[in-house]
Design a binder for this molecule. Structure first.
Ligand code: NAD
Length: 478
């Protein structure tokens, strides 16, 4: 397939020479061709989205909801095709990708239901005969800028609340997820959304990103991606007084205390660290283990990791596949080199694919100072660092010793320590006896410190982002 933009409900071809996408699980297999937009396509999308807003914002919530329910239905019907394409495009194991498409289906239905829920409150007035209430109103044209690692769910967890609140959208996906994005828009054609409501512009961040942010009359921008790009996006939005949210990187810790049941804990820690080849913003990349069980944890972990095999992403048994792209492969390989030079090997998995692809062996290392790049920088690959803590307090301190604050987990049966962790961990998502990488669409999601602009996505929190509040007062007798 070849990507096209989608503007005003129509597929719009971009006439560049295009770039072939190869399957990261098998570099001999062509998956499709990406065509990159220029500034004129951005302006076309802006015009369409502005026009679209005039009608979409005036529809009732229940009418808008009917479109979202239909969008959910077409994704559900195409679950397998879409998941397979995404898996071939960016290497996520097929079973996880199938789950991700269903997450998007649930998100669409969850936000569709918001179309008929109360969206304001009655506020007592100080004068007689006055009715005072607040309502949430849409903002206008919203920019949605997404990464490649959740190619279906992240776009939908932004698009669904933006649309149900009455906004129109210009969506710019990451290059490594452009085929999936284009396919989703093709599927949504069946829904017949009114013109200009949802527009897709495929392009390189480095070519159209700044133009998009500086020139389009956005009323809000929702970004997910790296902290460096996020800070840049935030600075442009702040200058233009555009409402923004940036959800960014993480360096998430799982703490294992002396009382933890290791046979139950290790598979959960491994899943947090290595599923999706560690390419989740919430992936566990630091494992902090209390002194009393450190040696037995390390030896059990070593056995468990040695059983992990990176295989082709369409293999239904795949636990982890390749990393997503050449640039991911190069970056993560640099960190692995650093690990082999500076650290002690604790555990290593295998590559068991019979094709050439961007495969990286799962790796756990130890024996490095806490200011080492492997302990401080987001690796975004199947590499995790094991740290020893003398006691519970030191474990919490180590967990918080990072510029990031996305997710953190603790494994313990001690209720008081679990509660203290929930209080003291500096992360937006804090979890007990669960992996760091778990997100529920009905709960607010986001980070602290450098992981987020401190807004929240998903759940009810998203509705506050995609609307502004008007306070209305009527004096009915005067
Ligand atoms: P990235 O920052 O490279 O790109 C994200 C998006 O920004 C892409 O669509 C890209 O094209 C676009 N972009 C790049 N330059 C731009 C510019 N100047 N103006 C506008 N847009 C621009 O990130 P990525 O490599 O796609 O994704 C991986 C990162 O995303 C990791 O750091 C990961 O932690 C983070 N992430 C965070 C969350 C979260 O919710 N906190 C979720 C998933 C991924």
């Amino acid at each position: 397939m070849e990507t096209t933009n989608w503007i005003s409900g129509e597929s719009v071809a971009v006439r560049d020479k295009g770039q072939i996408v190869y399957n990261p699980s098998n570099l001999e297999e062509e998956v499709g061709v990406i065509h990159y937009s220029d500034r004129s396509h951005v302006m076309q999308a802006e015009e369409a989205a502005k026009q679209g807003f005039r009608t979409w914002s005036k529809l009732t919530g229940s009418t808008r909801a009917s479109y979202l329910y239909q969008m959910a239905n077409v994704l559900e019907k195409s679950q397998s095709d879409l998941a397979t394409l995404a898996s071939r495009e960016m290497g996520k194991p097929i079973t996880e990708m199938m789950g991700e498409v269903m997450r998007a289906v649930h998100l669409l239905r969850y936000y569709a239901a918001e179309g008929v829920r109360s969206n304001g409150e009655h506020i007592p007035a100080s004068d007689v005969h006055v009715i005072q209430y607040s309502i949430r109103v849409p903002l206008g044209v919203v920019g949605v800028i997404t990464p490649w690692n959740f190619p279906v769910a992240i776009p939908i967890w932004k698009i669904a609340p933006a649309l149900i609140c009455g906004n129109t959208v210009i969506w710019k996906p990451a290059d490594n997820a452009a085929l999936t994005a284009s396919k989703m828009m093709e599927l949504f054609r069946e829904v017949n959304l009114p013109e200009g409501v949802l527009n897709l512009v495929i392009g390189k961040g480095s070519v159209i990103g700044d133009f998009l942010l500086n020139e389009v009359d956005f009323q809000a921008v929702s970004f997910t991606g790296s902290s460096t790009t996020g800070a840049h996006v935030a600075s442009i939005c702040a200058k233009r007084n555009i409402k923004y949210q940036t959800e960014m990187g993480g360096k998430n810790a799982a703490i294992v205390l002396n009382d933890a049941d290791l046979d139950k804990t290790i598979p959960i820690v491994l899943s947090g660290a290595f599923r999706s080849a560690g390419q989740k913003c919430t992936a566990t990349s630091r494992i902090i283990v209390e002194d009393g069980i450190y040696e037995s944890f390390a030896s059990k972990l070593s056995v468990a990791v040695s059983n992990l095999k990176a295989v082709q992403s369409l293999d239904p048994t795949a636990y982890l596949g390749p990393v997503a792209s050449k640039s991911q492969f190069e970056t993560v390989s640099q960190y692995e080199k650093l690990a082999f030079n500076d650290a002690t090997l604790v555990a290593e998995g295998e590559i068991e694919a019979n094709t050439e692809g961007y495969y990286i062996k799962p790796l756990v290392v130890s024996g490095i100072q806490t200011d080492h790049p492997l302990v401080q920088e987001e690796i975004f690959g199947p590499v995790s660092v094991l740290l020893r803590a003398n006691n519970f307090d030191e474990a919490i301190q180590l967990s918080n010793e990072t510029i990031y604050g996305l997710s953190a987990a603790i494994f313990t049966n001690n209720l008081s320590k679990a509660h203290r962790f929930l209080e003291e961990a500096q992360a937006g998502m804090v979890r007990v006896n669960q992996e760091t990488a778990g997100v529920e669409y009905q709960a607010p999601f986001g980070g602290m410190k450098q992981s987020s602009s401190h807004t929240r996505e998903q759940g009810q929190a998203a509705l506050a982002f995609y609307t502004t509040v008007k306070t209305c007062a009527i004096k009915h007798t005067f």
